[in-house]
Ligand binder design. Sequence first.
Ligand SMILES: [Zn+2]
Length: 59
Amino acid sequence: MAPSLKSAAQPRPGDEAPDGTPGTGEAICPDCEGSGKRDGRACPTCNGTGKVVQGIGGA
Ligand SMILES: [Zn+2]
């Protein structure tokens, strides 16, 4: 079976969990504040996506 390719499937250094992990969700990258850029280059924390996967605070 060929794995389906998803554009945002690769892990990002800022992720706390893989995409699709229950109890997590995308959040604005804290390092670039969602711009996806730092110092004129792609933010290394979110791979330039401006988002990271973080645990969602429950109660
Ligand atoms: Zn970032």
